[in-house]
Design a binder for this molecule. Structure first.
Ligand code: NAI
Length: 250
C-alpha cells in the first residue's frame, strides 16, 4: 500500500473530489483527517470509511479554511488524533459565477479569495510548519483548476484565486525543499461533483464535450492521481502543475 504509515489532512473532504480522495487514501493505508466546513457530512464520510472496513483510519473535524486559527487547529487535531502530518490536500473550494460588471466586491471577490486562495495559503503555512518541525519531509497537494491557467466565462475571481494556488505551489516547493517537503498543484477540468451536478443536463453535456473523451471526470479518477502524488513514487514531481483535465486544455 502506497500510503502506509502516512497521516493526511484532506480539506473539503466531505464531498466530491475530497471525499473520493479520503476513500482512496485509506485504501492505500493512510490515516486521514476529513476536514470540512460541513461537519455533519465530514462525519458521514468517516462512517463510510468505517463501513468500508477501515475502522480508525479516518476522523472528522470542522474547519473553515478561510480562518487561519481554524486551519492551525485542524493541523493540531491531526497531530492529536494520528500523531503527525505527512500530507495535506488543500482542496476545499467554492465557485463564483457572476459577470464582472455585476460584481458585489464582498460576495463575488472577497468571499471567493478568502476560501480558494487564502485557504490554500493557510494550509501550506500551517501544515508546512508542522512537517518542518517533524523533520521527515512531507507533501503539499493543492487543487487549482484549468481556470487557474486560462480565462473563462463568469470566472474572474475564481481564475485569479486558482492561479494563485499554482504560484503558491511553485514558491512553497522552492522554500520548503530544504525541509524535504514537496508541493504540487492539480488542475481538474470538469469533474462530476456537486459543483457541476447542480447544473442542467444540457449544461453538463456541454461541459462533458469540452474534454477530449467527451465525458465528465469521475472524482475517483482525480483521487487516483492525488494518491500517486502523495506517495513516494512521485518523489521527483515538485513545484509544478499536474494536469488532470482529460484533455480539456490541449
Ligand atoms: P464540492 O462542492 O463537492 O466539495 C467542496 C467541499 O469543500 C465541500 O464539502 C464544502 O463543504 C467544502 N468547503 C467549502 N468551503 C469551505 C471552507 N471555507 N472551509 C472548509 N471546507 C469548505 O466540490 P469539488 O468539485 O469536489 O471541488 C473540490 C475542489 O476542486 C475545489 O477547490 C474546486 O474549486 C476544484 N475544482 C473542481 C472542478 C469540478 O469540475 N468539480 C474543476 C476544477 C477544480
Amino acid at each position: 500500500m502506497r500510503l502506509d504509515g502516512k497521516v493526511a489532512i484532506i480539506t473539503g473532504g466531505a464531498s466530491g473530489i475530497g471525499r473520493a480522495t479520503v476513500h482512496k487514501f485509506v485504501r492505500e493505508g493512510a490515516k486521514v483527517l476529513v476536514a470540512d466546513i460541513d461537519r455533519a457530512r465530514a462525519e458521514e464520510v468517516v462512517a463510510e470509511v468505517e463501513e468500508a472496513g477501515f475502522p480508525g483510519s479516518a476522523a472528522a473535524t470542522a474547519v473553515d479554511v478561510s480562518v487561519f486559527a481554524q486551519v492551525e487547529q485542524m493541523v493540531a487535531e491531526a497531530v492529536r488524533v494520528f500523531g503527525a502530518v505527512h500530507v495535506i490536500f488543500n482542496n476545499a473550494g467554492i465557485a463564483g459565477g457572476v459577470p464582472l460588471l455585476e460584481h458585489d466586491p464582498e460576495a463575488d471577490y472577497e468571499r471567493i479569495v478568502r476560501v480558494d486562495q487564502n485557504g490554500v495559503y493557510y494550509g501550506i503555512v500551517a501544515a508546512g510548519r508542522q512537517m518542518a518541525k517533524q523533520g521527515s519531509g512531507g507533501v503539499i497537494i493543492s487543487t487549482s483548476s484549468v481556470y487557474g491557467e486560462q480565462a473563462a466565462e463568469l470566472s474572474f475571481t475564481y481564475s485569479a484565486a486558482k492561479a494563485a494556488v499554482i504560484s503558491f505551489t511553485r514558491s512553497a516547493a522552492y522554500e520548503l525543499a530544504e525541509h524535504g517537503i514537496r508541493a504540487v498543484a492539480i488542475t481538474p477540468g470538469r469533474v462530476a461533483t456537486p459543483i457541476i451536478n447542480q447544473f442542467s443536463d444540457e449544461l453538463r453535456a456541454t461541459f462533458a464535450a469540452e474534454q477530449l473523451r467527451g465525458r465528465l471526470t469521475n472524482p475517483d479518477e482525480i483521487a487516483d492521481v492525488v494518491a500517486f502524488l502523495a506517495s513516494d513514487e512521485s518523489r521527483v514531481i515538485n513545484g509544478t502543475v499536474v494536469s488532470v483535465d482529460d484533455g480539456y486544455s490541449v
